[in-house]
Design a protein around this ligand. Sequence first.
Ligand code: NIG
Ligand code: FE
Length: 398
Amino acid sequence: MTATVFAGISELVTGDELLEGADHSEHLGRLRDAAVVVQNGFVEWVGPAAQAPPADEHQDVGGRAVIPGFVDSHSHLVFAGDRSQEFAARMSGIRYDGGGIVTSVDATRAASDDELRALVGARVAEMRAQGTTTVEIKSGYGLNVQDEARSLRIAAEFTSETTFLGAHVVPPDFSDRRSEYVDLIIGEMLSACAPHARWIDVFCEPHSVHAFTEDEARVVLSAGRDAGLGLRVHANQLGHGPGVRLAVEMGAASVDHCTYLSTDDVEQLAAAADTTVATLLPGVEFSTRSPYPDARRLLDAGVTIALASDCNPGTCYSSSIPFVLALAVREMNLTPAEALQAATFGSAKSLWRKDIGVIRAGNRADLTVLDAPSYLHLFYRAGVPIASALDLGGRHER
Ligand code: NIG
Ligand code: FE
């Protein structure tokens, strides 16, 4: 097995709070003039370049900064079709209510497996090119047994972090018999999907007639848990509601959006900080002209936060974590260091992953290179494509 030393790293952000000799201000575990030794896709050694052990190959990154690869813990990449007109309408003041999801369902059902596979592959490649090394992918544009299962089968070709979202919206043919659709989700659909999924998710949102109520969401999550899946929840996106409380009550790994939070929600999330991560998706607030939640308020209360793209055809067709980071700093009152941590360590925690999100010996060698001397340039040079996942020669994270 070939060991490669990556040297010439002007600034290495490890996120490892225990790394000896590192600058631990802002919990980033930073080293200057660093090197990383990688073998078989895993980190073997991290430290000052001058002390790097011998390796078979040497690669110089040319005085650039290296950070942990972004972990995008919330995306909906399995879809066909285009809803750019819906985006344009929102920019002129039309409110998002989830009703457009059925447009994507129709297009997705009509696409062949190969078409869907090519679309997902292109989106994953677009993410890697912007520094993302792990992506969670949800189903949710099939909404019948066959199309939900095939969405997950295709997603599983690209990631191990697959999420069954049959409870995305109630499809129109079930709108006057909602309980039958919930029964389908927790019965035949769950049986067909669980073998291809690690997680289950539900869009719990009383402000949308298309989404699920607290009681319906509880039924879906309980069935998913009984089938061995971890829990994630779309909650409090369109207004205040029961979703965050439900996610905490059920021990969900992640509750996502959190656009509208009451004081009680924040207290519940803080008390559950070891279990439930609040995943913020500022690309959605951008693309739906919604108010940004105050991430500072969450951190100050002791909540664990993650940042992710939510890349989807309706509320945010951007796959860019650098864009998310810029928004989080400018609009949600995070420091650059806090935002970077949320999109690496925080999002890895929301996926129960300890092998990613931090660069340390034994972890996956998911490294993102910045065409700049320090991580601050990610924010300072917003909009400039300086981040990309380091290519280890085909040994990419799955
Ligand atoms: O995370 N809110 C529910 N689901 C997606 C949007 C899906 C769509 O509009 O196509 C979201 O925002
Ligand atoms: Fe989503």
